[in-house]
Ligand binder design. Sequence first.
Ligand code: FAD
Length: 452
Amino acid sequence: MTYDFDLFVIGAGSGGVRAARFAAGYGARVAVAESRYLGGTCVNVGCVPKKLLVYGAHFAEDFEQAQGFGWSLGDARFDWPTLIANKNREIARLNGIYRNLLLGSGVTLLEGHARLLDEHRVEFGGQRYSARHILLATGGWPHIPDIPGHEHAIGSNEAFFLEQLPKRVLVVGGGYIAVEFASIFHGLGAETSLLYRRELFLRGFDGAVRTHLRDELSKRGLDLQFNCDIERIDKQADGSLLAILQDGRRLATDCVFYATGRRPMLDNLGLENTGVELDERGFIKVDEQFQTSAPSILAIGDVIGRVQLTPVALAEGMAVARRLFKPEEYRPVDYQSIPTAVFSLPNIGTVGLSEEQAKAAGHQVKVYESRFRPMKLTLTDCQERTLMKLVVDADSDRVLGCHMVGPEAGEIIQGLAVALKAGATKRIFDETIGVHPTAAEEFVTMRAPITP
Ligand SMILES: Cc1cc2nc3c(=O)[nH]c(=O)nc-3n(C[C@H](O)[C@H](O)[C@H](O)COP(=O)(O)OP(=O)(O)OC[C@H]3O[C@@H](n4cnc5c(N)ncnc54)[C@H](O)[C@@H]3O)c2cc1C
């Protein structure tokens, strides 16, 4: 049978674009359908605009600290509409780059919604296209719980386009997106509270990292409220909101921002016309080579709900393109030791196992920790402290995890991820010469374990 395309990709986000470009580069005839925005979540309503807002929020502390270095600044004022307009301009530029990348690699770009008709056919704009393989890379969507008044709340998609910075914000959630947005709103001057229903945010991160960040955020004046949740949101006559908590408290605010998880984007995708199955969490079920229960249909990225990060979607996209069109270069995606950052203020950078995970996996661990006031702050009134931590296997001396809370932690952890991937031991860390004077050199100068 002949097909219109060798590969039809639904979704031009991180994973879809990577798979499409690589497949086309290997000589496949490829189409990509995109219903909203080129570059997907990461470029439009995820990593990129989020990081730009974090940079914006960081200036507040820069201005304050500058005074210790002899600078006197006038009355620094912040204008949210300017930041959002500039951010939008940059995103539009990136959308253009994605378009050129796809077209330049010979991919047929179809802008609009695509829907599966069966396991080899897709409907797009009233047309039907056939393909030998179909790749679902449709990503995810913010989930806002269905409580009374949920229509007054926003998710991350809307937060990037607010017309004004709210004066008061309640951020609900305990994942990295909640923590980052709480830092953004607080840094930009909004009176911000973070509400989370469990005892501490960032489940899965190292315990010392979680408590250290909690303490640092509290020191900055960010109001953290754990073990609580919103029961109802009422709109007031003056347009403000009243959040009624399950414990009966009533919190007045101007914005309720939910970051309580993301669901897979399967809306009107036509899965019912195929044998594609979902897992128990509702994400698309795939095998280790990203094949769904329908042999001609594959899925990658957030829609399979494994590790919802852009570099992981990219790696999965590349693996699919190779598996289908360059099998001799196929390598499975390595989900071990994925480095990651939380761009809270201060940042978290982490790679490998937390102390808790290492112990649960049966390792006898040695833990090294350093807590210090960064040199840059010594001329300022800021009492922020940095945390660095190494989790080491006591038997093999192998470094199992590196964790940091402090300025530029995301930048610093990337290099350490290479060391962990290469299987570095603590001895190798010790024998590595530091870069002086930096904060990062602490990672190679921690001599005595804090555990026996
Ligand atoms: C606020 C926020 C901050 C984040 N920050 C980071 C970060 O700092 N670092 C990091 O690594 N990750 C971050 N992420 C996660 C990252 O954005 C995702 O993991 C990544 O975008 C997933 O890529 P994907 O290709 O699976 O899906 P997406 O990038 O979501 O792309 C899916 C695309 O499919 C399109 N689509 C869906 N259905 C259809 C259809 N039927 N027809 C046509 N097109 C369709 C969508 O419009 C979308 O463009 C963040 C996410 C959010 C929400």
